[in-house]
Ligand binder design. Sequence first.
Ligand SMILES: [Mg+2]
Length: 192
Amino acid sequence: MLEPLTAKRVRLVGLDVDGVLTDAGVYVGIVSGKPAELKRFDIQDGIGIHLMRIAGLKVVLVSGRLSEATRLYAEEWGVDDLAQDDRGRKLSAFERLLLKFGVRMEDAAFMGDDLPDVPVLRRVGLPVAVANATPDVMGIVQHVTAAAGGHGAVREFVEELLRARGQWESVLQTYFEQRGDRSPRIGRAITR
Ligand SMILES: [Mg+2]
């Protein structure tokens, strides 16, 4: 359970990619004669990212690897920014993003799973780990999801965060309105 006061301070959510938005697996091979890298992303996490942006939160992806698959994912789901640092320096990359969006470290959340995330997790106001994060990560976070990376962990955190902020119902209403859909619970309110 997230503390409402902590949740309400968050203005920006940073997500590690490999091991948080994916199960950390990477398919490496040759496609049409060229080296290719494929990853499996969970669509429920993607919708979670969309819900955070409806809620007015900035969402950034921070990866310690250069990956075309990650770039395509960021483009498809419309995150506010993506930082890929091929030397794995996530803290400086994340600090640049905070500066760009005018957000203080203590007003940011970050989700990670492994050692490269530790420098960022030690600094942010709300450090979060996925269920299968490594012990060093588990030891420094405030919140651990029940779901593992790549299996809905981001979506689970998004729902907890928005509920703790008192925004869940209104965000869902906007989500369905934007789609022109009627939801089972609030459909009549939308169509009349
Ligand atoms: Mg990772």
